[in-house]
Design a protein around this ligand. Structure first.
Ligand code: EPU
Length: 435
C-alpha cells in the first residue's frame, strides 16, 4: 500500500490538464455491453475503478483492449451474466452492468452492493426502474436475479427519485435498458448530471433514440439494436473542482485546461461570493483553445460560506470534503451540509487531526476559519475524503502523511504528479507500516 508525504506551505502555481471523468467513463464503458459492434473510447482515465470495470467486462465475455487512454471493447451478444460480490463490493458502480445485461442478454445476476463508507447506498430505484420495463426481479442471498420477459423488455413510465433526489447510476441503468426495450420509456425525476448527458450522447450515436438528457424527464424510444462507435470521455468536473480548490486553499494560481466551466457554475459562484478571483477562457474562440478555468491569489482572506450538497446543478457531494478543507483558510463560520450522503463525513476527524476544529452535527459540519493547520499522519477513508486530506496537507505546516492512498487511485489520475506540476510537494512512497 502506498502513502503520500505532503509538505505544506507553498502556493500552487501553474497549469494542468483535466483527465477524463471517472463517473462518466464507468457507465459509458458499461454501455458497451449493449453494442453489436466494437466501441472505441478516447481520454479514458487510468484509474483503479476503470481497471476493475475492464476485468468485469472481460469476465462477461468482452474483449477489452487498452492502449494508453484509448480503450476498445467488443462484446458478444451471448455470454456470462453474473457480476459477483467480490467485484461489486470493490466497486459499487459495477451495478451499472445490470441494465445492459438484462436488455441484451435477457438476464443478469448482480450482487447487491450494500453500504459503503458514505453510508447506506440502496439500489431500490434501479430495481424499480427495471421492474417498470417488465423485468422480473428477485433478491436472494444478497444477489439480484433479474430476468427479462419472454418477448424482451418493454417501455414503461417510472419516477426515479428518493427523498435525497434522483439517482445517477439508476438513471443510467434504466436508460441503457430502455434503449433496447420495445416501445417508449419515460423516466420522470431523472438525474440531470452531465454524466447522464454524456451517456445519452454515446447511446444516441450508437443508434438509440433518447430525448431530454440533462433534464428531469427522459423519453427513450427503444430500438432493435445498437452498434458501437467512437467517443471521447468528457473532462472530470470533480477533479477540476478539486484542483481549483487546491489552488484557492493555498492562495495560488491554478489553471485547469480542457475542462467544462459550465459544469462548475455552482463552485464559481461560491468563489465569486467568497472573494476568490478566477478567470475562464477558451470556448473555441482563442485559436481553438479548449475551455479553461483559473483561480487566482485572493487579495484578502476569503469569506467562508454555507454549502448544502444537491444533485446537479447544485453543489456536488463529491466536492463536499474538499470544500470543507478550503473553508479552513477562510474567515467566518460555515455550515457544510450533505443532503445526498448524510454520513459522508469520515474526513472530519482526520482533518481535525490537522487542527481544523470542525464540529459535526448529523449531516452538517461546522467550521470556523481561519485555522492554521499543522501536519500529522492521517488515514484516507474514501476517494474524496483522501483528496481533502491532501489539500489540507498542502497548507499545513510541516509534513502530512496520508495513508491508504489506494482510495485516491480509484478516482484521481496521477493526482500527485499534477500537484507536483503545480509546485506542490507531494511524494508517493510505499507505506512501510502497511502489511
Ligand atoms: N439512492 C436511493 N436508492 C437508489 C439509488 C440511490 O435511495 O436506488 C440514494 C442514495 O443513497 C443517495 C442518492 O440517492 O442518497 C443519490 O445516489 P446516486 O444513486 O445518485 O449515486 P450513484 O449513482 O450510486 C454517483 C457517483 C458518486 C456520487 C453520486 C451522487 C458514480 C460511479 N458515482 O453515485 O460518486 O457521489 O452519484 O452524485 O457515478 C465519487 O465519485 O466519489 C462518488 C461517490
Amino acid at each position: 500500500m502506498d502513502r503520500f508525504l505532503v509538505e505544506g506551505g507553498r502556493p500552487l502555481q501553474g497549469a494542468v490538464t483535466a483527465s477524463g471523468s471517472k463517473n462518466a467513463a464507468l457507465p459509458m464503458l458499461a454501455a458497451s455491453l449493449l453494442f453489436e459492434g466494437p466501441a472505441v473510447y478516447r481520454r479514458v482515465p487510468d484509474l483503479a475503478d476503470l481497471r476493475t470495470l475492464f476485468r468485469l467486462l472481460q469476465d462477461l465475455g468482452a474483449e477489452v483492449q487498452v492502449q494508453g487512454d484509448r480503450v476498445q471493447t467488443e462484446v458478444p451478444s451471448h455470454g456470462p451474466t453474473e457480476a459477483p460480490y467480490e467485484v461489486v463490493r470493490k466497486m459499487r458502480a459495477s451495478v451499472a452492468v445490470l441494465g445492459p445485461l438484462l436488455a441484451r442478454r435477457g438476464r443478469a445476476r448482480v450482487s447487491l452492493p450494500g453500504g459503503c463508507v458514505l453510508g447506506d447506498r440502496p439500489i431500490d430505484l434501479h430495481l424499480k426502474g427495471l421492474h417498470a420495463l417488465g423485468a422480473d426481479l428477485q433478491v436472494r442471498h444478497g444477489i439480484v436475479e433479474a430476468q427479462a420477459p419472454a418477448g424482451g423488455l418493454r417501455g414503461g413510465t417510472v419516477y426515479l427519485a428518493s427523498s435525497r433526489g434522483s439517482t445517477v447510476l439508476g438513471t443510467a441503468n434504466v436508460m441503457m435498458a430502455a434503449s433496447l426495450a420495445k416501445g417508449v420509456t419515460v423516466i420522470e425525476a431523472a438525474a440531470e448530471e452531465p454524466e447522464i448527458e454524456a451517456l445519452a450522447a454515446l447511446l444516441n450515436r450508437a443508434g438509440a433514440c433518447i430525448h431530454g438528457a440533462g433534464s428531469h424527464r427522459l423519453e427513450i424510444e427503444g430500438v432493435e439494436a445498437l452498434h458501437g462507435g467512437e467517443c471521447e470521455i468528457p473532462p472530470d468536473r470533480i477533479e477540476t473542482g478539486t484542483l481549483l480548490l487546491a489552488g484557492a486553499l493555498t492562495r495560488g494560481r491554478v489553471r485547469v485546461n480542457d475542462c467544462r466551466p459550465d459544469e462548475l457554475t455552482v463552485l464559481l459562484d461560491l468563489f465569486h461570493r467568497a472573494g476568490v478571483p478566477f478567470a475562464q477562457g477558451g470556448d473555441g474562440g482563442e485559436a481553438g483553445l479548449r475551455p479553461w478555468l483559473e483561480v487566482q491569489p485572493w487579495p484578502n482572506p476569503p469569506r467562508v460560506l454555507d454549502v448544502a450538497t444537491r444533485p446537479f446543478p447544485g453543489f456536488p457531494t463529491d466536492l463536499q470534503a474538499q470544500w470543507l478543507a478550503f473553508c479552513t483558510a477562510g474567515e467566518g463560520l460555515a455550515l457544510v451540509t450533505d443532503t445526498v450522503y448524510p454520513d459522508r463525513f469520515m474526513h472530519v476527524p482526520e482533518l481535525n487531526r490537522l487542527g481544523a476544529g470542525i464540529r459535526r452535527e448529523g449531516n452538517t459540519a461546522l467550521v470556523v476559519g481561519p485555522v492554521r493547520l499543522s501536519g500529522a499522519p492521517v488515514l484516507a477513508s474514501d476517494l474524496r475524503a483522501s483528496a481533502a486530506l491532501v489539500l489540507a496537507g498542502l497548507v499545513a505546516s510541516g509534513q502530512t502523511i496520508v495513508r491508504r492512498v489506494y482510495h485516491l487511485d480509484r478516482g484521481y489520475e496521477a493526482l500527485e504528479e499534477k500537484l507536483r506540476q503545480l509546485g506542490g510537494r507531494v511524494v508517493r512512497e510505499r507505506d512501510p507500516e502497511s502489511p
